[in-house]
Design a protein around this ligand. Sequence first.
Ligand code: HEC
Ligand code: HEC
Ligand code: HEC
Ligand code: HEC
Ligand code: HEC
Ligand code: HEC
Length: 257
Amino acid sequence: MNPYYILDTMAISAGVHKSFDCTDCHNSEYKTYPHKSDLKLQPLSTCLDCHGGDASFAKYKFEEIEKEFKKSVHFKVYGEYFNCSKCHSQHTYVATARNSTNVLDIVDYNNKMCLSCHNDMKKYKLVSGHANPKLVVIHDWLPNQELHFRHVRCIECHTEVRDSLMVSHNILSKDHASKKCAECHSANSKLKASLYKYQNLQKRTEKGTISSLLTNSSYTIGTHQSPLLKLLSILIFLAVLSGIIIHSIFRIIKKKK
Ligand code: HEC
Ligand code: HEC
Ligand code: HEC
Ligand code: HEC
Ligand code: HEC
Ligand code: HEC
């Protein structure tokens, strides 16, 4: 069988549509084998067909996501052919950014959605008709590229941040991508409005704003806190302080004499 048609059943049983039968989405005639060839041509439901206007999914804002997506480069170049399923597998999708508290997991899951095509020569060519530009070369202005790709999502630099949406869907053309280091490496990082959005909200409701500002390590990006160095600096501080105190005590004792 074409390896492309062999599905990862583990991933399906972890996905949001795990409770579905295959034939809830695919034609029931697929139950007979060999399948009729014209079944392939039948259109499948899109995300909006099922989720659009449904109050029980309102928090995901499907309609607003669709509106934003229609402004993105992908839709502008390829139109309806570039549908939601190009990024989201209906078989295996898991709403990660919303539910995971581990930033590295979120980054990994989200970036794989882009890389599944941008790093796959065949799939990219199928969509565009030409070879994919090498991501490593395009981004060679970024120091520590590998570290960055593990810690930030593609969409951080390539989308317009929308406060009302959990995940921005308007992917801008490359000349609007952010290249400015300070947008992330500053106390007022743009990552707080995107990647760390949910984490911050959660932490704030749990602890109250002031204590979360003091303890939340995401507040300055790129400053690694090493527990060992922190301990060492406290020890040095204490040593200096005790040095001063001992010195002062001896001065006072000597003066009295
Ligand atoms: C929630 C709806 C849904 C369910 C449930 C579902 N599928 Fe799909 N399936 C789709 C969509 C949509 C596509 C087309 C994907 C695309 O456009 O790239 C698809 C594509 C496929 C393909 C073509 C290869 C691919 O991945 O694009 C195969 C094979 C397939 N499905 C088999 C299955 C089997 C077997 C099951 C049950 C275990 C199943 N599907 C359950 C929606 C579903
Ligand atoms: C055939 C109809 C159908 C299609 C097509 C479909 N969904 Fe769903 N989806 C559902 C149903 C029904 C549920 C609720 C499943 C459950 O509760 O077990 C669901 C659940 C979800 C959930 C979890 C909601 C929650 O809070 O539990 C998300 C997220 C989701 N779908 C996203 C998508 C995305 C993104 C697409 C397009 C790539 C899509 N769905 C396509 C019917 C569909
Ligand atoms: C270019 C790729 C891409 C396309 C196209 C795309 N999405 Fe997404 N979408 C993402 C990424 C990346 C995420 C973040 C995944 C995560 O961590 O849950 C996401 C998340 C979502 C979520 C979860 C948002 C939340 O609040 O938790 C929904 C719902 C969704 N997309 C719907 C859609 C719909 C509907 C379409 C088509 C109109 C679409 N997406 C097209 C990349 C895409
Ligand atoms: C730190 C910000 C940043 C991150 C993270 C980032 N990019 Fe980029 N990307 C840029 C900038 C800036 C450009 C424009 C470079 C130029 O024109 O010199 C660009 C260019 C591109 C291009 C245009 C290629 C071309 O020349 O046609 C693609 C495609 C792209 N990026 C995809 C991705 C993907 C996929 C990821 C995630 C794995 C990603 N980017 C992560 C900033 C980023
Ligand atoms: C199914 C394949 C596919 C997926 C998935 C995909 N892209 Fe693309 N993307 C393309 C193709 C094809 C182009 C080339 C468009 C063109 O010819 O201008 C492109 C173009 C781009 C560009 C460059 C636009 C320009 O100005 O040249 C950026 C940036 C980009 N994608 C980012 C992303 C990000 C971020 C994701 C994940 C959220 C993603 N893409 C997911 C196929 C894909
Ligand atoms: C999209 C946000 C973003 C942009 C833009 C960005 N960075 Fe980063 N950078 C990060 C994150 C997140 C990390 C990882 C921080 C961590 O591990 O705590 C990082 C890590 C680094 C590190 C490694 C720091 C260390 O302690 O190891 C360097 C150096 C760095 N960035 C330099 C730059 C430079 C120079 C630019 C501009 C060309 C830039 N970054 C642009 C988000 C960004």
